[in-house]
Design a binder for this molecule. Structure first.
Ligand code: ATP
Ligand code: MG
Length: 415
């Protein structure tokens, strides 16, 4: 993409009410546009990052045997009344509306109820199970406070997966496989080192429990305790004498950290399927309730957390797996020679399938470098009169201070 054609412009200032680093940089660099508190548009650069995150998540969910669907946002109140989750006193994030004929509807803040209800039409026998489905869906939640940009929005993209299993073993096997799958997802997203699986509400040894995936991050809203061996972390709510005793660990070995929840998995046992009436007939003809598990990843929150965790004082720093482009080709000077060299290199890279943002604009070098640092593509190629004279390219990683002059062949090897 030629940067002269990219309709978004970088900005010197972010809106005054955006105090988090991720929101400031994402807005200033033109990844997102703020519509109102907690509501953001994905601009081309942000849309690209979100699509890359989705692709990685989708690959891993498919590898678990899950099938992708897309459920409706508009939902009938009846399926939520069955489980007593329609009442706004009980679920305080509902957005609701009324049809012209007076029918009340809700906008999906989650999908356990409608999907379980829908599956009653498709599951009746043990041969129909297990079923694993997931979707990438825009959730609407009337959050009391929007915070930290896309990290807590009122409209956000979530990956939600649901597992339907015949018995506890099948259910727990999948639940545990998902924990490993999520670890792979967060490794691939570049967040592996900063992310901990925490045991959340319910505690380790009760049958109703959940796990959270928490990324160490100052802008996060959660408090966790990380064990000094780095392998174990506990949520504040379960960090008590009983849990520590159960686990055979001592309080002093834990360190307090701020963290952001990027994923959350939990089991409903058979409770929800019993309430909604999702049963199957087993081999011996007995009617049994289905086991349900629910597995979320906050896709747009992940973008915010990556922006938050990796940025520096100059701007964003994308891990290569989710960067909107593989390389930022920056042309300095307007001589025929550098113009020809940069144009040719751009065409060459594109023809090799490299995703290039080509800064072909007539701006001062300082402005170009500032924009490049703000946007945060991991590798920068600079073509100038000086580099062209030596038949070289100046290569710099976003994370390093020094640049190096490389031949075109060596520069291409990096990509
Ligand atoms: P939180 O405690 O942060 O409100 P939650 O427990 O409500 O999260 P879930 O309902 O399990 O979260 O949603 C699954 C995932 O969706 C979360 O782990 C988080 O990454 C993301 N998520 C939840 N609420 C929001 C929001 N308001 N904005 C952006 N992402 C969100
Ligand atoms: Mg919430």
């Amino acid at each position: 993409m030629r940067q002269s054609q990219l309709f978004t412009k970088t900005r010197k200032e972010a809106p005054a009410d955006e105090t988090s680093k991720n929101a400031q940089f994402l807005i200033r660099a033109g990844f997102i546009n703020k519509e109102m508190a907690g509501v953001y548009t994905l601009l081309p650069l942000g849309f690209s990052v979100v699509n890359k995150i989705k692709k990685i998540v989708n690959e891993e969910m498919n590898a678990l045997g899950s099938q992708e669907i897309l459920m409706s946002t508009i939902q009938p109140k009846e399926v939520w009344e069955v489980t007593d989750r329609w009442d706004s006193e009980k679920v305080d994030v509902w957005f609701k509306s009324i049809l012209k004929n007076g029918t009340e509807i809700g906008f999906g803040w989650s999908h356990e109820e409608p999907i379980t209800n829908m599956l009653k039409s498709h599951i009746s026998s043990y041969v129909d199970l297990p079923v694993y489905v997931h979707q990438f869906q825009t959730k609407l939640r009337n959050e009391e406070r929007a915070k930290s940009g896309v990290m807590r929005g009122r409209e956000f993209v979530m990956k939600d997966m649901y597992s339907y299993a015949r018995d506890e073993k099948e259910h727990m096997d999948f639940y545990n496989k998902t924990i490993d799958s999520y670890k792979r997802v967060f490794d691939r997203l570049g967040l592996g080192n900063a992310t901990y699986v925490t045991t959340a509400s319910g505690g380790v040894f009760s049958d109703k429990f959940s796990h959270e995936f928490q990324t160490i991050c100052e802008a996060g809203e959660d408090n966790i305790y990380v064990h000094k061996d780095g392998k174990m972390a506990l949520n504040e709510e379960v960090f008590n004498d009983k849990t520590l005793l159960d686990l055979g660990v001592s309080k002093e070995d834990f360190e307090f950290k701020k963290a952001a929840e990027i994923g959350n998995i939990f089991t409903f046992g058979t409770k929800k399927c019993e309430e909604i009436g999702l049963y199957f007939t087993d081999k011996d003809g007995n009617k049994k309730p289905v086991y349900l598990g629910s597995y979320g990843i906050g896709i747009t929150r992940v973008m915010g957390v990556i922006a938050e965790v990796f940025s520096d004082n100059k701007g964003l720093v994308w891990p290569k797996e989710v960067s909107p482009f593989n390389v930022h080709l920056v042309r300095l000077g307007n001589s025929d020679a550098s113009l020809a060299f940069a144009d040719r290199l751009y065409t060459e890279l594109e023809s090799k399938g490299v995703e290039v943002l080509y800064d072909d604009r007539d701006l001062r070098p300082g402005e170009k470098f500032a924009d490049s640092d703000l946007i945060g593509i991991p590798v920068r190629f600079v073509v100038s009169d000086k580099t062209v004279a030596e038949n070289k390219i100046e290569v710099k990683y976003r994370t390093s201070a020094e640049a190096e002059l490389l031949s075109e062949t060596d520069a291409l090897k990096i990509l």
